[in-house]
Design a protein around this ligand. Structure first.
Ligand code: SF4
Length: 168
């Protein structure tokens, strides 16, 4: 079991990274290099710091205001063991899990990588796709550009077709 993840940082309470009040964990390391990326300091895979998953869960349990956790980036799917463990522990503690990725949902499924499937299994909502500067809009909820989608992962897997979240 992976007990640590490499992160760029944590925001203890956010209302702009998913529904309700959320703790946000920014994965360190991103291969996508989207033009106009909002968080270029997260790109270096050797940057940031290693933190214990247990410490993040303990931090969450201390805050009764939190509704969920958001796994942002950076690219959480390039640390799939650690982030799926974090997502699993967060769900087990009763928190909603929202995960951001620069990959599309289709790419994540096509790869058939068990580690990626595991992170999807413990994700309630997935915001997918690279940030595309020419499709940028400040009016979009919880995402930066029109190509990105907020996907209900459970319903998509049950119906075997992509189901967008009602909060989109
Ligand atoms: S996926 Fe996110 S963190 Fe990575 S380059 Fe694109 S906008 Fe930046």
């Amino acid at each position: 079991m992976t007990s640590q993840i490499r992160i760029a940082g944590v925001v203890k309470e956010s209302i702009v990274d998913g529904p309700g009040i959320r703790l946000v964990v920014f994965a360190q390391g991103c291969p996508h290099h989207c033009e106009g990326c909002h968080n270029p300091a997260t790109h270096d895979f050797n940057g940031g710091q290693l933190v214990a998953i247990d410490a993040i869960i303990d931090e969450m349990k201390k805050n009764p205001l939190l509704d969920g956790i958001t796994l942002s980036g950076g690219e959480p799917f390039l640390q799939p063991e650690g982030f799926s463990e974090l997502a699993k522990c967060a769900q087990a503690a009763g928190f909603h899990v929202m995960t951001y990725t620069g990959y599309t949902f289709e790419t994540l499924l096509e790869k058939k990588d068990q580690r990626w499937q595991r992170l999807l299994r413990y994700t309630d909502l997935l915001v997918d796709g690279r940030f595309e500067a020419e499709q940028k809009s400040l009016l979009l909820k919880f995402r930066g550009s029109h190509n990105q989608r907020i996907i209900d992962v459970k319903k998509s897997q049950q119906k075997n077709q992509l189901v967008l979240s009602e909060i989109s």
